[in-house]
Design a protein around this ligand. Structure first.
Ligand code: P70
Length: 460
């Protein structure tokens, strides 16, 4: 009998960063001292840090070698031209404005196109895009398919835009819509992918109403890999070809290179249109820096240029998406409720089903995050009521339909043994779930309250 070999990491490790082990008592004390806010912890007090996949990737030897080739010229650095050719090869866009990170690209685009009172349709806005739309007096409109809100629906592309709703929204508000956006994968909905047919459909509707169509491309490679795995007609195509097709339907993209460009800082706006490039690169001088560096050092642009080519490697993507699924499958085995199917960059615990005795105004996902930290030194992030903030009209919490604790897996950083630890820690919390108390605010900032909020336990 010939056994099938298991698939291991497609890399070996040549630099390591020691992590700190703490005791349960120490962790209970430390989290209490932050006011039960995971953002208040020092990273050295965390054993496995799943706060974000943004800026937390391990770079390759090839990227580190590129760092040494950084040409720190103020204007026209060679690394800018390398970035330009990577973006053109990978995405197909000829114009690139580098920015210090993703939200800066959103700022340049929305500052240029959006006027007060305008609407921006998107499948689901993530918090920075939503904040930039609101900041410019616009209204973010989420038009994702309904399946996105059903945690156990097995629909394979829960990030898809509801095309009927998009079409009727544009018909009704045509004059007030300056662009259409699509976030791939859909972070607020569980890291769920968008299908190629949906990208094509959104593009066709945007064209019909003569609107530019922009993709928030942070996790484009993970999205392309899901298309290859799940969408009819794509299993034989290369991820590189799938990516080119995805972006051929768009007028440009905003990119946080801190995710699928496998770097620790950086972003860009990529475009087809020369006039829009002139406007946005002109603004970049004000907000970011000269348009051939945009707030980045030459070495940062070089690492992005190399990361974009690396991330579409299919052995890497099989490992990456496979590791997240490995954790999801372990959690399902322990009976822990999660958003299914598992997304590309994170496993999202479903706090409503985990802690059904806690009403949403007692921040169940936040309470769960606190317990998981105490249990195993694992730091997740609340994607729930605290993050959602208040509704300006009612001043009540803007209750989200999904109440989640996101366990975000950094790229190429943790091993499957770390996934085992995370799963056992979650299972232990699951076993003692009925004894977990809710939280209430002792301090709440007026904007972006999740970063600085302080809580106390309701039983205290
Ligand atoms: C995350 C981070 C950033 C992001 C994104 C999408 C779909 C744009 C951006 C902005 C943010 C975060 C959240 C909680 C804790 C820490 C960090 N997402 N579009 O982890 O990009 O950060 O480069 O300005 O997901 O999901 P940038």
């Amino acid at each position: 009998m010939t056994r099938t070999l298991p698939q291991a990491e497609p890399f070996r490790i040549k630099v390591v960063e020691p992590v700190t082990m703490t005791t349960r008592e120490e962790r209970a004390r430390k989290i209490e001292a932050t006011g039960y806010n995971l953002f208040g912890l020092k990273s050295t007090d965390v054993y496995i840090d799943l706060l974000t996949d943004s800026g937390t990737s391990a770079m390759s030897d090839n990227q580190w070698a590129g760092i040494m080739l950084g040409d720190e010229a103020y204007a026209g650095s060679k690394n800018y031209y390398n970035l330009l050719s990577s973006v053109e090869d990978v995405f197909g866009f000829p114009y690139v404005v580098p920015t210090h990170q993703g939200r800066a690209a959103e700022n340049l685009l929305l500052y240029t196109l959006l006027r007060a009172g305008n609407f921006v349709p998107n499948n689901m806005h993530f918090d920075t895009t939503k904040a930039h739309v609101l900041h410019k007096g616009g209204v973010p409109v989420d038009l994702v398919r309904q399946e996105a809100f059903d945690p156990t629906s097995p629909y394979p592309f829960k990030g898809d835009m509801d095309l009927d709703r998009l079409e009727s929204f544009l018909a009704e508000h045509n004059a007030k819509v300056p662009l259409v956006m699509l976030t791939i994968t859909c972070n607020s909905g569980g890291g769920q992918p968008v299908s190629m047919s949906n990208i094509r459909g959104v593009s066709a509707i945007a064209k019909k109403f003569n609107k530019p169509f922009f993709i928030d491309a942070c996790r484009f490679a993970e999205n392309a890999y899901f298309i290859k795995q799940r969408e009819a007609g794509y299993s034989e195509k290369t991820v590189a070809d799938i990516v080119r097709e995805m972006f051929s339907y768009a007028d440009g993209c905003t990119m946080s290179a801190k995710k699928d460009a496998l770097v620790n800082i950086g972003g860009f706006l990529a475009l087809n249109d020369a006039a829009l490039y002139q406007q946005t690169s002109g603004l970049a001088v004000l907000f970011e820096g000269f348009p051939t560096y945009g707030g980045l050092a030459g070495r940062d642009m070089e690492a992005i240029a190399r990361g974009l080519r690396e991330v579409i490697d299919e052995d890497y993507l099989a490992y990456r998406v496979g590791q997240v699924k490995y954790l999801g499958d372990l959690l399902l085995k322990y009976g822990v409720p999660i958003i299914e199917p598992v997304g590309g960059h994170a496993v999202y615990l479903d706090a409503r089903r985990f802690l059904p005795h806690l009403p949403q105004d007692q921040f169940p996902a936040q309470a769960l995050g606190v317990e998981l930290y105490i249990e195993g030194g694992v730091r997740g992030v609340e994607i729930g009521t605290c993050l959602a903030g208040r509704n300006p009209a009612t001043n009540d919490h803007d209750y989200p339909k999904l109440e989640m604790l996101r366990l975000t897996i950094p790229r190429r950083v943790y091993t499957d043994r770390h996934m085992d630890v995370i799963a056992v820690a979650c299972a232990n919390v699951w076993d003692r779930r009925s004894g977990i108390a809710g939280l209430e605010f002792t301090y709440e900032a007026p904007i972006l309250r999740h970063f600085t909020a302080k809580f106390k336990r309701i039983d205290e």
